[in-house]
Design a protein around this ligand. Structure first.
Ligand SMILES: [Zn+2]
Length: 269
């Protein structure tokens, strides 16, 4: 499902890509803008969508650049209608590193909101509803949207940023797997509650998002459990190895003893 994507550009070796379904969202937003406000409505609606998702990319770059500082390899950032996803080869297991890498995402949103705070008036409730129709409107919309994005991502629903922060804090006291299990369980319960609320509120995009979060949180916990089991198995094997008599390495099969072969040309008459 994640394969249908369009590469946009690379930044510091990170591929930024759009999931194909994103184009449907953009098309829908442009159509909704056109329906409400003609051609200019269409342009503003599409521009607002692009500006919003630019902030999503900046949020993901916050995670990515901080991760790269700790030696994490970032494969790509994928934009989907439900948000962005930075794909890392591994997430640092040191709680302090995971904490900093995670906080960096929402911190970018709060920084953008802080900068916009000086440039536009404080947004009122209407600024998040309906498409902006001027640069000042767009600024107010982005100020509110970045505040919401920053706070929303801090919900303790693993693997959202808040859930990762919770896991990192738990991992300072508990073994990593146990910390992940606790954070993932809390996350799954909250994700179900949030999905049901979204369903009742008629916000289907949000409902899909929380369902996706439920599934990815569970998958990440299982992957870590699998890694830990493989690691334990490996350590057990190494212990056996170190206990085995030196003269007989247990894992190296002796080559089968071949019957001595008479050299060619000496086979006799
Ligand atoms: Zn994030």
């Amino acid at each position: 499902m994640l394969g249908w994507s369009i590469n946009l550009f690379r930044i510091r070796g990170i591929q930024v890509a759009l999931h194909a379904s994103f184009l449907l969202l953009l098309g829908w937003m442009a159509y909704a803008g056109f329906r409400d406000g003609g051609v200019s409505g269409m342009v503003w609606s599409a521009a607002t969508t692009v500006a919003f998702f630019t902030c999503v990319v900046l949020h993901e770059l916050g995670h990515s650049f901080t991760g790269m500082h700790f030696g994490v390899h970032v494969r790509r950032i994928l934009l989907m209608p439900i948000g962005g996803m930075a794909q890392f080869d591994a997430i640092p297991r040191q709680p302090r590193q995971e904490l900093l890498m995670t906080i960096a995402g929402p911190a970018v949103n709060f920084a953008i909101a802080g900068i916009l705070w000086f440039m536009v008036d404080y947004p009122d409730q209407g600024d998040l509803l309906g498409a902006p129709a001027s640069l000042a409107d767009l600024g107010r919309y982005l100020l509110a949207a970045n505040l919401v994005m920053g706070i929303f991502n801090l919900l303790p629903i693993f693997p959202m940023d808040g859930g990762r922060i919770l896991r990192a804090l738990l991992a300072t006291r508990l073994p990593y797997l146990r910390a992940t299990a606790v954070a993932a369980t809390i996350g799954k319960v909250l994700a179900i509650i949030a999905a049901v609320i979204a369903l009742y509120a008629g916000n289907y995009l949000l409902m899909i998002l929380f369902t996706f979060i439920f599934v990815t949180g569970d998958a990440e916990y299982r992957a870590i459990r699998h890694q830990e089991a493989a690691q334990a198995h490996w350590e057990e094997m190494m212990r056996h190895l170190s206990r085995a008599p030196r003269a007989e390495p247990p894992f190296l099969d002796q080559p089968p003893l071949l019957p001595p072969k008479a050299p060619e040309g000496e086979l006799g008459p």
